[in-house]
Write a protein that binds this ligand. Structure first.
Ligand code: SAM
Ligand code: SF4
Length: 312
């Protein structure tokens, strides 16, 4: 379905919980969210995905919070992957439980996995996540690569003065591993909204630090490149330095069932309690309502929600 600016909306990012077992400094308060919303049930998620497919959406990415904390996550994936019209089911995870679940998720129809990882140094990783164990996540990454997924990506949020000295190490991962490392520009919202300017660095830094990276032509929100003869690729996601709103093909649904036409807008349409045609109509309304762009660089984000509630 086309939005009012002629963009074809094809993707739904569906948050399945606000809960998380990590406390990444830029995303979560130290003690977690003060009032975690009651997540949607499996049946509610399936109804939303069915309505989305009737609006022309063919790709769903499950996110959160941490989606793998849900005890019914494998069952949810199995049900969503069988919905007519949903061609690609993907998942974004912090990876802490991926070693145990990768095979089951693949068997349940998940095609692609993105794993978030902001440091390859165990002490720094523990500090940044306030409790994470790097070894668990690296084991999860290996399990994902062995499970058979069509694509595995590592998402690394660039934080100036904190992890930018690891850019070359992350890029090096792509030399021999069949994965894409994606560097994401930190967006000032929630926990990091008031962080000093020096923390917000442009993804251009990656190209400056690794001049041997050469561009690969392609579409989508990421600018992609590769090391000479490397097996994997590098992606740059630049919401701050190169807004990609003109190519935006997605809507989001929060863990408490609010459709967000744009990550940064205040507009939310409540989907909870709706079924059948009423749900399809509300979803179509949300797609039509997508704003032309965010204005992060001028007035900042408009949403009061945290990333862990929206799902990134
Ligand atoms: N817990 C899962 C994970 O970490 O992959 C899924 C949810 S998390 C909110 C989704 C993505 O949003 C992660 O890759 C995280 O690094 C990213 N993220 C969170 N806050 C961000 C911010 N302020 N700017 C840019 N990316 C952010
Ligand atoms: Fe949890 Fe993901 Fe936020 Fe980290 S980025 S605190 S793993 S929701």
């Amino acid at each position: 379905m086309l939005d009012t600016f002629g963009r074809e909306v094809r993707m739904l990012r569906l948050a399945v919980t606000e809960a998380c077992d990590l406390r990444c400094e830029y995303c979560m308060p130290q003690n977690g969210l003060p009032n975690e919303a009651m997540p949607m049930s499996g049946n509610e998620l399936v109804a939303i995905a069915e309505a989305a497919s009737k609006c022309g959406i063919n790709k769903i990415r499950l996110t959160g919070g941490e989606p793998l904390l849900r005890p019914d996550i494998v069952d949810i994936c199995r049900r969503l992957s069988h919905i007519e019209g949903i061609r690609t089911l993907c998942l974004t995870t912090n990876g802490t439980r991926l070693q145990a679940l990768a095979g089951q998720l693949y068997a349940a129809g998940v095609k692609r996995v993105n794993l978030s990882l902001d440091s390859l140094n165990p002490e720094r990783y523990a500090r940044l996540t306030r409790c994470g164990n790097l070894a668990d996540v690296l084991a999860g990454l290996e399990a994902a690569m062995a499970a058979g997924f069509e694509r595995v990506k590592v998402n690394c949020v660039l934080i100036g003065g904190i992890n930018d000295d690891e850019i070359a190490d992350f890029v090096e991962l792509t030399r021999h591993k069949p994965l894409e490392v994606r560097f994401i520009e930190l967006m000032p919202m929630g926990e990091c909204a008031a962080w000093p300017k020096k923390r917000f660095i442009s993804a251009e830094t990656v190209l400056e630090r690794c001049p041997e990276l050469t561009p690969i032509p392609g579409e989508g929100v990421a600018q992609r490149c590769r090391l000479p003869n490397a097996v994997g690729t590098v992606g740059l996601i630049r919401p701050m330095s190169r807004a990609f709103c003109g190519d935006c093909d997605r809507i989001r649904v929060t863990a408490d069932g609010k459709l967000k036409p744009c990550l940064h807008s205040v507009e939310e349409l409540d989907l909870r309690g709706l079924r059948g045609q009423a749900l399809v109509r509300r979803m179509a309304e949300g797609i039509g309502d997508k704003p032309v762009s965010h204005h992060l660089n001028d007035t900042g984000t408009d949403t009061e929600r945290r990333m862990s509630q929206i799902g990134g």
